[in-house]
Design a protein around this ligand. Structure first.
Ligand code: ADP
Ligand code: ADP
Length: 216
């Protein structure tokens, strides 16, 4: 049976960072809804242009387009063994759609690590985030700087600061998260899937709690 892990938590808490590490350790593919939207925008697809108009305001992209984008991604051959989902689902409707999708693939959500941190920490993390242009690798100017400023260690591509990582937009995204995404905490807790993780520690310390919790 395929394995699906859903990473839950506010913007900037470290989902993408932990997803990259987990993908390397487990061999599962990292599927990031935000990265998929950004890739679509880079390729100037209609989906990408539509998504960008919501992303720049710090709002969620409508459920129908988001769900069909993820469904298409999860049917690709590299997801046959499952995936680490980062940034999806973000609403109860998306979570319900995921259940239906995965039962169609003879799979299910196995575990939902829920990573948390204080708002001040989230803002500090997002404000210093630098993202790789080619494949979305994640850096922080203070907490995980690249070897060479502005250049990705892994593929040599340029690092940039996302348009939606401005402080005002981050605060808006946190508000949107609190109203639209936090219902998923109870949703997965009731299903016995939630694993609460303190995200206020260094990257390696978060991983050190996360990995053994997933093995259980
Ligand atoms: P998310 O995917 O939840 O938005 P990211 O993984 O992109 O979060 O992390 C946001 C920023 O914080 C990045 O710049 C990343 O390098 C940094 N970061 C991630 N985890 C930690 C941590 N535990 N301690 C300090 N900085 C972190
Ligand atoms: P972060 O890692 O900081 O939480 P993401 O890259 O996951 O940011 O998301 C950036 C933006 O992309 C969101 O603010 C939202 O506009 C859009 N987005 C990403 N995932 C979803 C989703 N599952 N549903 C709706 N919108 C999404």
């Amino acid at each position: 049976m395929a394995t699906y892990i859903v990473l839950l938590g506010p913007p900037g808490v470290g989902k993408g960072t932990q997803a990259e590490i987990l993908a390397e350790k487990t061999g599962l593919v990292h599927v990031s809804s935000g990265d998929l939207f950004r890739e679509n925008f880079k390729n100037q697809t209609e989906l990408g242009k539509l998504a960008k108009s919501f992303m720049d305001k710090g709002e969620l992209v409508p459920d129908d387009v988001t769900i069909s984008m993820i469904r298409e991604r999860l049917t690709r051959p590299d997801c046959q063994a499952g995936a680490i989902l980062d940034g999806f689902p973000r609403t109860p409707a998306q979570a319900d759609a995921l259940e239906v999708m995965l039962s169609g693939f003879k799979g299910r959500v196995d575990a939902v690590p829920y990573i948390t941190a204080d708002e001040a920490v989230l803002v500090e993390r997002v404000s210093g985030r630098w993202t790789c242009r080619a494949s979305g690798h994640i850096y922080h100017e203070k907490f995980s700087p690249p070897k060479e400023t502005g250049v990705c260690d892994l593929d040599g591509s340029e690092l940039y600061q996302r348009d939606d990582d401005k402080v005002e937009t981050v605060r808006k995204r946190i508000k949107v998260y609190l109203t639209q995404t936090t219902p998923l905490v109870d949703y997965y807790r009731q299903r016995g899937k939630l694993i609460e993780i303190d995200g206020m520690q260094a990257v390696e310390d978060v991983t050190a709690v996360l990995l053994p919790a997933l093995k259980k």
